[in-house]
Write a protein that binds this ligand. Structure first.
Ligand code: SAH
Length: 368
């Protein structure tokens, strides 16, 4: 089947096979690629309108017990100065997000599962829930036990982001140390579903040794686990990590990964339709002038502006080239509003912006 036949099927909302998804990802030329991205955006517009949901991102700690081979805050990284924001600092950042009308916050950190950390996050959630602005809260704190997921859910978190990173177990094993297991990661996603979170997952695109066949399988994986939210970003080598050192970037490689990520966003939107898809910071790292906006124009409907302290941002660099290192929250906000206006998109203010998919999926379950 050729590209345009598959694209027509995708536009009509037909369920696509892995090989058809790959045909789309392999768009044969620039025009085909343009049409693919436009089709992704058209479906986004149909399901979400020309509206973008905002989440204030709070990177509250870079202390991590894991040693993922690609990550700039992995445990073995000796040069990173480690921090954890205090309860007051996190609540102040959340309050600011509320004042900006962001409607939701994402609390992200390195992974820890010790008692002190679990209790701390529970306390933070309770404090944020006390704020007058009624924020939706997303957590992104890695793999945890069912007990912990339930406690955090009860304390006020409603969404959780945990990327599968790659749904190909061989690639997963190549980019993680042996103590990180693919099946454990899958289990954690199942637990999150069972604990009644809106579940987000995703992958890095352009990992060493990853093909468009793998990426097509990733999109099918999102469908199979019935994810509510998808966050995908280009892999960005961090020069002091094992993966970054073993695979230095050729010139132009980053831009190719950005384009591949845009095609992934469009294909994911065409297949999954009513999920939330983030235009991630990693897109902006490659194209600071418009990476995130290009993500929206390919079908994403969520942006996560940083509301944390600029002082801390330098110590939370998962990869090289993190944007906006010196811009404080008001500047980040202004730039974002301007750039959204330029592409004719409207920020959704003062609403949590739950994924339509979660509402449909839970309503379906009620009927059963
Ligand atoms: N510790 C938490 C959250 C922080 S990492 C967790 O692991 O879920 C958040 C995401 O950043 C990861 O899921 C990964 O996909 C992405 N990331 C890390 N290092 C990266 C790199 N070098 N390039 C691109 N994305 C990266």
């Amino acid at each position: 089947m050729n590209f345009y036949d598959v694209l027509a099927k995708a536009k009509a909302g037909t369920n696509l096979s892995v090989s058809e998804l790959q045909i789309l990802l392999d768009a044969p030329d620039v025009n085909a690629e343009k049409e693919l991205l436009a089709a992704g955006y058209a479906v986004k517009k149909e399901y979400c309108g020309n509206v973008v949901n905002l989440r204030g991102l709070i990177e509250f700690s870079n202390i991590c017990s894991r040693d993922c081979f690609y990550c700039g805050i992995r445990k073995s990284m000796r040069t990173v100065s480690r921090y954890r924001m205090s309860m007051e600092e996190i609540t102040a950042a959340a309050r600011l997000a509320g004042e900006y009308g962001y409607g939701s916050v994402v609390l992200q950190s390195g992974e820890r599962s010790d008692r002190e950390f679990v209790d701390f996050v529970t306390g933070v959630l309770r404090e944020i829930k006390k704020l007058p602005c009624q924020l939706g809260i997303t957590l992104s704190c890695g793999e945890q036990t069912m007990d912990t997921y339930l406690r955090w859910r009860e304390a006020g978190a409603t969404r959780y982001l945990l990327r599968i990173e790659s749904s190909n177990p061989e690639i997963f094993a190549r980019i993680h140390p042996p103590e990180c297991s693919f099946s454990e990661r899958l289990e954690a996603l199942v637990r999150l579903k069972a604990a009644d979170y809106q579940v987000g997952t995703g992958v890095m695109t352009g990992l060493p040794g990853q093909s468009t066949a793998d990426l097509a399988e990733d999109v099918k994986f999102f469908q199979e686990i019935d994810a509510d939210m998808i966050g995908m970003g280009p892999y960005l080598p961090q020069e002091h990590t094992p993966l970054g050192q073993a695979n230095p970037d050729a010139p132009g490689a980053a831009m190719k990964r950005l384009e591949l990520t845009l095609r992934m966003i469009a294909v994911t939107r065409l297949l999954l339709r009513d999920v939330n898809i983030a235009a991630t910071t990693a897109l902006q790292a490659i194209d600071p002038a418009g990476g995130r906006e290009r993500g929206i124009m390919a079908g994403a409907n969520v942006i996560m502006p940083n509301v944390g302290d600029t002082g801390r941002r330098r110590d939370y660099q998962l990869y090289n080239g993190k944007p906006d290192l010196d811009e404080n929250a008001p500047e980040v906000r202004l730039k974002l509003l301007e750039s959204l206006a330029k592409i004719g998109e409207i920020p959704r203010f003062n609403e949590p912006g739950d994924p339509l998919h979660y509402q449909v999926r839970t309503r379906k379950n009620e009927k059963i």
